[in-house]
Design a protein around this ligand. Structure first.
Ligand code: LLP
Length: 423
């Protein structure tokens, strides 16, 4: 679903699906995240359907949005899950996912995390280094338990995305340099408890030109055939996540076209695994905020809203663009004549800017929405400036439910209050 189908004006007010965002904001308060269940399901199903009868497994990357109800929405569709910490693993188990449907990625898994994941029956661990292999080997020998692994290789391919979210270049911390992978697999096959079932890669995020992903996958396919000649049989090729969405004017391919392109480079005897996050939830979420004040100076016009960098960090951290819309259709129509504004939060940092130079016609008390906030939004939230974490809401058709309560002051301080120094 295109974001304009998900978020649309009805009777003069912005709706998510058929639910009035103004009514949600009045009931739940602001700032608050609102997600469309229908759109999340449509995106996951677009991945799944595009494979038709080819062997595949879609592992939703939990880090993009780890709200339990969103995980459960995808679990009910039959999704598998990609996690990067024991916390994420426990989240997916919490809603009834079997650990065998989970892949555990990440560059610095602790001994405790590895041990716990194996005891819980993790499906696959993606190994990111020789050192990590040795660590897993020590854990499995001690536990006398076996585990399936894939080696995440680093193919040294430039994904042409923001440097902070590029992961497949040789100077990035991720993965095993592809030229060293063969030797590592040779060691794995000698291991009593560890079985190599796959090869993985993930070259970065918000990738809009998928050629680099295809290039990386081709290298992996070559590696798999090299392993095959050594008698090491790989079943799964995990191409990672990374497909971008259109925040501004980017034109990423449709999910189905991306999958078709993958089917063209991976021979049918392999199962294809994917770890999409952003392309499933990114465009399905909006951050609602109320205008606190409109501050006019001789130099700038600041729209100060009640959402801030602690709620949505992406603009501050990556200078990321997010469209800002007004929830009242009348103000949206007045945009041409409107003056340029900077949309900022109340946090005491200049970097607390959600958008700069936008034409907006808004007054104190108006409701605005920050689009494409479904991925890496709430999950990257913090309590900076002692601001409470946002409420989250899930919409389906014309109804909505709260899927995360706004944090209370009590919740925020309880782990400190218990440990308050006495004098
Ligand atoms: N698999 C692995 C191993 C990953 O590291 C990631 C994302 C994914 C899958 C999912 O990638 P996606 O399909 O969402 O692109 N906070 C940044 C994004 C960081 C992505 C980290 N890894 C942002 O807000 O843009």
């Amino acid at each position: 679903m295109h974001k304009s189908e998900i978020f649309n004006y009805q009777d003069g007010n912005l709706h998510a699906e058929s639910a009035d965002l103004g009514a949600i904001a009045r009931q739940v308060g602001t700032p608050c995240y609102v997600y469309s269940r229908t759109a999340i399901e449509a995106a996951w199903l677009e991945y799944d359907d595009a494979f038709s009868d080819r062997m595949h497994e879609v592992f939703y990357a939990v880090k993009a949005n780890d709200n339990l109800s969103i995980i459960k929405t995808l679990h009910l569709l039959g999704s598998s899950f990609d996690v990067v910490s024991i916390g994420e693993l426990l989240r997916v188990l919490e809603v009834g996912v079997e650990a065998s449907r989970v892949v555990f990625s990440g560059v610095g898994k602790s001994v405790q995390e590895i041990s716990r994941a194996i005891k819980l029956g993790i499906g696959t661990i993606n190994i990111e280094s020789l050192e990590e292999f040795e660590r897993i080997e020590a854990v499995t020998s001690e536990l006398r338990m076996s585990v399936n692994v894939a080696v995440r290789v680093n193919p040294d391919v430039d994904p042409k995305t923001h440097p902070y979210i590029s992961t497949g270049l040789k100077n990035n911390k991720f993965g095993v340099p592809i030229e060293d992978a063969l030797e590592l697999y040779k060691r794995i096959v000698t291991s009593r408890w560890i079985t190599a079932t796959g090869i993985a890669c993930h070259i970065g995020s918000q990738i809009v030109d998928v050629e680099p992903i295809l290039e990386a996958v081709k290298q992996i396919v070559l590696l798999a055939s090299g392993l095959d000649t050594l008698g090491i049989k790989i079943k799964t090729i995990d191409v990672g996540g990374g497909l971008g969405i259109s925040y501004n004017d980017e034109q990423p391919p449709k999910i189905s076209s991306f999958v078709s392109a993958l089917l063209g480079v991976v021979p049918p005897n392999f199962k294809i695994a994917l770890e999409p996050g952003r392309s499933i939830v990114g465009h399905t979420g909006i951050l609602l905020a109320r205008v606190e004040l409109v501050k006019q100076t001789a130099y700038s016009r600041f729209v100060i809203v009640d959402a801030a960098m602690n709620d949505l960090l992406r603009p501050s951290l990556y200078s990321a663009w997010h469209d800002i819309v007004t929830c009242d259709e009348k103000s949206a129509a007045e945009i041409e004549g409107a003056s340029l504004c900077d949309v900022v939060g109340p946090v005491c940092e200049t970097g607390d800017t959600l958008a700069t130079g936008r034409k907006l016609s808004v007054l104190e008390g108006d409701l605005i929405g920050v689009l494409d906030a479904g991925a890496y939004g709430a999950v990257m939230g913090s309590n900076y400036n002692a601001r409470l974490k946002c409420a989250e809401v899930l919409v389906q058709n014309d109804s909505f439910e709260i899927i995360k309560a706004r944090q209370s002051f009590e919740d925020m301080v309880k782990t400190e209050r218990e440990y308050l120094i006495s004098e």
